[in-house]
Ligand binder design. Structure first.
Ligand SMILES: [Zn+2]
Length: 277
């Protein structure tokens, strides 16, 4: 049951968040309070300095923070609860991870389990059955980026982690024809469903990139919904559900801001695009 709580004030003046009144992490809001977001992570790895890779201690701290302040829900429940602007009710959270890096199992999962949070991982299916290597990151580390194995995603599925598709090869789907897109997304879904022996209803677009053709292809490929990662104004719908990216350089205050109800609206507004960069 959700508890509404409002002992915190956010200064929103003319559509801008001027500054949070209370410091992050320090007991400023009770569970069920002023939070809302579908969060998007990638890697949790200390040795990789990419924005995609969260420091493990920071990630663990964020999990603890969310667990104290939110009721965590799985992806299907989050979709049910989402409003027309793609926001969750106050005090509800769910974590998602894109790309299926092996550190999601080795490093992120223990912190998620310790905190009792719900999480979903969107996997690049060709890494599981075709030996496809990570070739899609802009700033790879000097070491090889390992991806999750079939055994690991089966194990996480058994522990309640939702597994979704992040396409077959992590191509920019907007560069594919409709037919190519349907083929890619159908194949990736079938690979995952064969491994998990259950339906895989959700997709996260690689890099969050989509257009109307991609959304129609995702629907034709048999998904119930798809997640984006908007940094500007985008339509919101069942096949364009927004998430908020959490990056390595996000400090406690920025993490808190990203979990406020206004952040998503402000960050993706036209006004922010004009003056907020
Ligand atoms: Zn990705």
């Amino acid at each position: 049951m959700l508890q509404l709580h409002s002992n915190i004030t956010l200064c929103v003046v003319g559509g801008f968040i001027s500054r949070p009144i209370m410091p992050p992490y320090k007991g400023f809001v009770q569970k069920g309070g002023f939070l809302v977001a579908v969060l998007c992570y990638h890697s949790v790895c200390d040795a990789w300095s990419s924005p995609l890779a969260m420091n493990s201690a920071t990630f663990s701290q964020q999990c603890t923070w969310l667990a104290k302040r939110t009721d965590t829900v799985d992806l299907a429940r989050a979709v049910d609860l989402m409003d027309r602007r793609g926001r969750l009710p106050r005090g509800v959270s769910t974590l998602t991870f894109d790309d299926g890096f092996a550190d999601n199992f080795d490093t992120a999962l223990p912190a998620i389990k310790r905190s009792g949070l719900a999480a979903s991982i969107f996997v690049v299916a060709a890494t599981l059955d075709r030996g496809h290597q990570v070739d899609w990151v802009d700033d790879p580390p000097t070491f090889t980026l390992e991806t999750l194995t079939r055994d690991q995603i089966q194990s996480m599925d058994a522990e309640g982690i939702d597994i979704g598709s992040h396409s077959l090869f992590h191509k920019d789907l907007t560069t594919l024809t409709y037919e190519e897109c349907v083929e890619d997304l159908t194949t990736s879904r079938l690979i995952l469903e064969e491994i998990l022996s259950k339906p895989v209803p959700y997709l996260a677009y690689p890099r969050g990139l989509w257009n109307e053709t991609v959304a129609k292809a995702a629907q034709a490929a048999g998904y119930s919904g798809a997640f984006s990662l908007p940094v500007g104004p985008e339509p919101v719908g069942a096949f364009s559900m927004p998430r908020i990216g959490i990056w390595r350089d996000n400090g406690p205050r920025e993490f808190w801001l990203k979990n406020t109800r206004s952040y998503q609206s402000v960050r993706t507004s036209r006004l922010y695009q004009l003056v907020g960069r």
